[in-house]
Each structure stands twice: as C-alpha cells, then as structure tokens.
Ligand binder design. Structure first.
Ligand code: ACO
Length: 325
C-alpha cells in the first residue's frame, strides 16, 4: 500500500513587501536581492493573522479538492517554526478551527524541510494501516521572527501556508519514496537564540534582538548545494527513475542559485522546475506545499507524472520525496 495526495491547497497573505520597500528599511538594493536570491517580493501576514489562520485557509482548499470533510480526517500534522505559540501545538488549534474532531494532531519542527518530514510521517502512518486520511500542512508567519533591521535575513523570508490531504492507494500512483536526514552539529547555522529553555525571554533577550532568526547564510548555502545535488541524484537512482522521466522538480524555494545548481546536476532545464520564490521568498515549511498546489492548479502536473520534492533547512535538516502523481 502507498499513500497518495488527493487534494492540495495554499494561502498567501494579501500584503506584499517588494525589494523596493526593503530598500527603504535596510541597506540593500533590488538588484542585489534579485541577483543573489531570485526574490522580487514576499507576502506578510496582517496583524490579526497567525500561523493557524493561514493553515486553516490552505486546509479548507485541500479538503475541498480531496472531496473530504474535516470529520473524515484521522490525523493533522503541521510543519512550522513560527506556530501560534509554544504551547499548545498549532495542529491542535487548526483541528479546532476546522472542527476536525476525530483527528489526532501534532506539530513537526524541521524548519524548511518540515513539509518533507511531515509527509514522511504521514506516509508511514498510512502504509502501516494506522490512519486513512491525513492532513499535512506547512504554515509560517516568519515575519514575526524576522529582524527587519538585519539585511542578511529580512530580504529572504516570507509568510504563507500550503496543505495536502493523503489517503491510501492500492495502485502504482502515490508517494514512491521519502528520505529525511539531519546533522545537528550545524544547528547554529540557522537558529532563534532566545525564547526556549536555553535562554528564556527576558528584557535582555528582547533588547539584544535574540528572538529573531539568525543565519550564517553563506555557510548554509554551501552545505545546501552540496547536499541537495547528492540527494536528488541518489533518490532517482534508488527508484530506478531517470531525470529525463521527471515531469517536474518542486524544490524548497530558498535561493534561485541553489535551485539552479540542483536542476543543473539533474540535467533539467528550468521549465521543468516549479518556481515561485520571486513572488513569495522563502516561506520555510510552507514553500513546497504552496509550490505543489500552484503546480497542480496550473495543470503543470498530471496523473502518472513523476515529480520530485526536495528541501534543505535549519537543524540542519534535508529530505526528498519522489511521487507518481
Ligand atoms: N543587501 C546587500 N548586501 C548584502 C545583503 C543584502 N540584503 N545581505 C548580505 N549582504 C552583503 C554581505 O554583508 C556581504 O558583504 P561583505 O562582502 O562586505 O561582507 C556580501 O553581501 C556577500 O554576503 P554573503 O552572505 O557571502 O552572500 P551570499 O552570496 O552567500 O548570499 C544569501 C547570501 C542570499 C543569504 C545566501 O547565502 C543564501 O541563500 N543562503 C542559503 C539560505 C538557505 O537556504 N537557508 C536554508 C533555509 S532557511 C530556513 O530553514 C528558515
């Protein structure tokens, strides 16, 4: 038995912040951001919107496409690093907003790889026969954890949510393989120093801006390129699928230069790569399900197509999923 995605949905907040807006906030330029990252603009949640609201909008659309009601859902997994609050999980708040009373619910923190991690857990629950219908959501309101005075991070990040509904499939379609990895020795390349048990919130942590995302971008970049090139090649090889057979690569939307390097290693031209980072920036765990939903709704993937998802992020974590749509 395999798991199969039968519904996708996404939600992006309305407010747009362009590179030109950022030029007025920090010492940067539209040209630098476009050339170094490929990003032109990003979305930012309104003051009233929190991660579970974005997740709710995306989930309703995914359930609609799947033709299921919230009461049909057995499990909700939310991947996020910017949930509503540290306790309880955003998945429990989403369960309540959806009125998905039957569903168990929990969060996963694997930063930008969060969606692939959540998909791997959902896939295992379905294969084992424990659950039938699982809602997997990536949702981020990174803007609340972004230091809008730090040009090395604020130009990269954005808010959004994407969701998928998985169900068992008895044919050759569905998730063919998922691999997830981590290397905690590099945890400090990408982290939020304060707000946990190591450094609880205090006047000092607020004053020193320690509740914001800190990233050693260039080091992260190098590890990401090296790791992802190896990962995508191995994933295809292990499944006996040639890159020429891939209909679409759906990468985590972190940086155009990382995506291009991965595509080049696979010998794929960019028209076979799903790209939306110019519009949304890096939305961490939300980026792949948003891109997947746009690809599905734009007719870029059709039944029987091979698609490859891949992500790399804080932890460090990384992973890939090969799917027959
Ligand atoms: N505008 C103008 N100049 C800038 C900006 C900016 N916004 N940001 C940095 N610079 C400067 C730096 O200060 C540096 O100046 P210096 O040479 O005088 O010191 C110069 O530009 C080059 O900086 P680098 O950091 O070396 O630039 P790089 O080419 O590596 O690009 C970037 C930076 C875009 C952050 C890139 O490293 C990157 O994308 N890294 C990977 C990010 C990623 O994938 N993270 C994982 C997922 S995120 C998650 O999990 C939430």
């Amino acid at each position: 038995m395999r798991s199969r995605i039968i519904g996708t949905g996404s939600y992006l907040p309305e407010r747009v912040i362009t590179n030109f807006d950022l030029e007025k906030m920090v010492d940067t330029s539209d040209e630098w951001i476009r050339e170094r990252t490929g990003i032109r603009e990003r979305r930012v949640a309104s003051e009233e919107e929190v991660a579970s609201d974005l997740a709710h909008e995306a989930s309703v659309k995914a359930l609609q496409m799947a033709g299921l009601s919230p009461k049909d859902i057995d499990l909700i997994i939310v991947a996020t690093v910017s949930g509503d609050m540290p306790l309880p999980s955003t998945a429990c708040i989403l369960q309540h907003k959806l009125d998905a009373t039957k569903a168990a619910a929990f969060d996963i923190n694997a930063a930008c790889s969060g969606f692939i991690y959540a998909l791997a857990v959902a896939d295992a629950f379905i294969k084992s026969g424990i659950y039938r219908n699982i809602l997997v959501v990536g949702t981020e309101v990174l803007s609340r954890f972004t230091d809008w005075q730090d040009r090395t991070t604020c130009v990269l990040l954005g808010d959004g949510a994407g969701a998928v509904v998985l169900t068992p499939s008895n044919n050759e379609y569905g998730v063919l393989s998922i691999k997830i990895f981590a290397d905690g020795s590099m945890w400090d390349l990408l982290h939020i120093p304060a707000g946990g048990s190591k450094m609880p919130a205090s006047e000092e942590t607020v004053k020193n801006r320690l509740h914001f995302i800190k990233m050693r971008g260039n080091e992260t970049f190098k590890v990401a390129v090296r790791t992802l090139e190896k990962l995508v090649i191995e994933t295809l090889k292990e499944n006996g699928v040639k890159s020429s057979e891939l209909a679409l690569l759906i990468p985590h939307q972190a940086n155009m230069r990382i995506i291009s390097a991965t595509a080049k290693r696979l010998g794929l031209s960019l028209d076979r790569v799903m790209l939306n980072l110019d519009k949304y920036g890096n939305t961490s765990a939300a980026s792949i399900p948003i891109a997947l939903d746009e690809a599905a709704r734009q007719g870029k993937i059709k039944e029987g197509d091979y698609i490859l998802l891949e992500a790399f992020g804080g932890g460090l974590t990384w992973g890939a999923a090969l799917i027959r749509w």
